[in-house]
Design a protein around this ligand. Structure first.
Ligand SMILES: Nc1ncnc2c1ncn2[C@@H]1O[C@H](COP(=O)(O)OP(=O)(O)O)[C@@H](O)[C@H]1O
Ligand SMILES: [Mg+2]
Length: 395
C-alpha cells in the first residue's frame, strides 16, 4: 500500500508545474507590492512616529477583499520594526478567526508575555491584565485588529471602545490601533465616539484593475512556477476573470494556483486556459460548499425545502417553500420560524448566490416570488447531508 503514497510524494517532489507553491499562498507577504505605493506611503507616514518611540494616530483602513490591506499593513509594520526594534512592538490579530472579545484580549496579553486561561476570567480582570501587560512593555504598541467588522457584528463595539480609551489608563506605554475592515458600510454603524477615535486617519484601498492584477500575477508567477509553465495569455485570463468580480488579488492568485494544481493532477507540463476555467468552477464549488455548510440551521431547512420542492416542474413560490419548510420542522419536532423570517432567509440565500428569487406579477393574484436553485441539487444535498441534525428527516 505504501507505494501509493510513494507515488503521490514522488509526483509533488518532481512537480513539472511549480517551482515553489508557497509563493502562491494567500498568507505569503511578498517583498514587493506593486500598485500600492500610495497606500504604503500613507500608512508609513502615519506609523513612522513609532520609530521615534512616539505613539502614532489611530488608523482605520477599509476596502474590499483582496485589495492588499492585510499584506500592506504587515509589510509596512515589519519594515518599520526592523529599523527600530526596541522602540515599538506590533501585535497582529485577525479578529474574524479570533472570534470573541475574550480571545482578542487574551491574544494581545499573551503576545505581550502575560498569561490567560482559555476561559473563565471576568472582563474586568482581563482588562486589568491587559493594562498591566501593556504598562510592563514600556513602549509604543501598535495593535492591528484585522477584519474588525466580524467582531463588532457579533459582539458590539464595547471592546473597540475600551481599546481606543486605554491610553488614559496607562503610564509606561502607549497604544495605537490599526483597524482593518473589508466591509465598507461598517464604518457608518459604529458608535460615533469609536468612529472618531479609531478614524483619526482613514485610508481607502481601491480595487485593482485588470492591468494591475496582471502585473501582480506576473511577478508572483515568476517565483512560484517553473519557467515556461504559464504564459501571458493564462495570466491575462486570470486577471480578467478576477477584475470582472471586483479586482480581488486573492481571487486572481487563487485562480492561477488552482489552475496550476489541476494541470499538475492531470500530468500536464503547462497551464492553459482550460485549467483556468476548471479552476474557476472548482473554487466556486468550494465557496458554495462553505457557504451552505455554515448556514444557520433553519436556513438549511429552508434550503432543503427548496431542493425538495424543486422536483416539480414550475418554479416555487415563497408560500410553497414555507409550507414544505413547516412540514419538515413538524417531522423534526421543531418549532418553525415565521413566514416573515422565511422570506428574509430566502433573501439571504439569494444574496449568497445559492438561489435566485425573482418577483413576478401574477395579475389579479398580486405579486409573488419565484424561487429557483442556482446550484445543482446534488451538490447542495452533498453538503446538507453532512449535517447530522438533518439525518432523521430521511430515516
Ligand atoms: N499589490 C500587491 N502585490 C502583490 N501581491 C498582492 C498585492 N495586493 C495583494 N496581494 C496578495 O493578494 C492576496 C490578498 O491580499 P490581502 O492583503 O490579504 O487582501 P485584503 O486584506 O485586502 O483582503 C495576498 O496573498 C496578497 O499577498
Ligand atoms: Mg485581509
Amino acid at each position: 500500500m505504501s507505494d501509493i503514497i510513494d507515488g503521490i510524494v514522488a509526483k509533488v517532489q518532481e512537480s513539472t508545474i511549480f517551482r515553489s507553491r508557497d509563493y502562491m499562498r494567500p498568507e505569503y507577504v511578498p517583498d514587493e507590492l506593486p500598485h500600492r505605493e500610495e497606500q504604503i506611503k500613507a500608512l508609513g507616514n502615519v506609523l513612522v512616529h513609532a520609530v521615534k518611540g512616539e505613539v502614532p494616530n489611530n488608523l482605520f483602513i477599509y476596502g474590499l477583499t483582496g485589495t492588499g490591506k492585510t499584506a500592506v499593513t504587515k509589510f509596512v509594520l515589519s519594515n518599520l520594526h526592523k529599523r527600530a526594534p526596541d522602540k515599538f512592538s506590533f501585535a497582529y490579530v485577525n479578529v474574524r478567526q479570533t472570534d470573541t472579545p475574550y480571545r482578542v484580549m487574551a491574544d494581545v496579553i499573551e503576545f505581550l508575555g502575560g498569561k490567560v486561561p482559555f476561559t473563565g476570567l471576568s472582563t474586568a480582570e482581563l482588562h486589568r491584565r491587559l493594562q498591566r501587560a501593556l504598562n510592563d512593555a514600556r513602549k509604543v504598541i501598535i495593535l492591528v485588529l484585522d477584519e474588525v467588522d466580524a467582531l463588532i457584528k457579533r459582539h458590539g463595539d464595547e471592546l473597540l471602545y475600551r481599546l481606543t480609551r486605554i491610553n488614559g489608563e496607562l503610564s509606561g506605554s502607549k497604544v495605537s490601533i490599526v483597524g482593518i475592515t473589508n466591509d465598507v458600510t461598517f464604518v457608518d454603524e459604529l458608535d460615533p465616539r469609536v468612529k472618531s477615535s479609531l478614524g483619526e486617519v482613514e485610508q481607502v484601498f481601491p480595487p485593482y484593475n485588470a492591468v494591475e492584477l496582471e502585473d501582480i500575477l506576473k511577478r508572483r508567477a515568476i517565483v512560484a512556477f517553473k519557467p515556461g509553465v504559464v504564459n501571458e495569455d493564462v495570466i491575462r485570463l486570470c486577471a480578467a476573470l478576477a477584475a470582472r468580480e471586483h479586482g480581488d488579488a486573492r481571487r486572481a492568485l487563487d485562480l492561477l494556483r488552482v489552475a496550476g494544481e489541476i494541470a499538475e493532477r492531470q500530468g500536464k507540463s503547462i497551464v492553459t486556459a482550460d485549467q483556468v476555467y476548471e479552476a474557476r468552477t472548482e473554487i466556486e464549488r468550494d465557496r458554495m460548499h462553505d457557504v451552505i455548510k455554515t448556514l444557520p440551521f433553519h436556513s438549511k431547512l429552508v434550503l432543503l425545502s427548496i431542493v425538495d420542492g424543486s422536483r416539480r416542474e414550475r418554479p416555487l413560490t415563497t408560500g410553497e417553500v414555507f409550507e414544505i419548510y413547516r412540514s419538515l420542522t413538524r417531522k423534526l419536532g421543531l418549532e418553525s420560524v415565521t413566514q416573515r423570517r422565511v422570506s428574509d432567509i430566502l433573501n439571504e440565500l439569494d444574496m449568497l448566490g445559492v438561489i435566485t428569487a425573482s418577483v413576478v406579477n401574477r395579475g389579479r393574484y398580486g405579486k409573488t416570488k419565484e424561487i429557483k436553485l442556482s446550484i445543482d441539487r446534488r451538490s447542495i444535498m452533498e453538503v446538507l447531508n453532512e449535517d447530522e441534525r438533518l439525518v432523521s428527516i430521511w430515516s
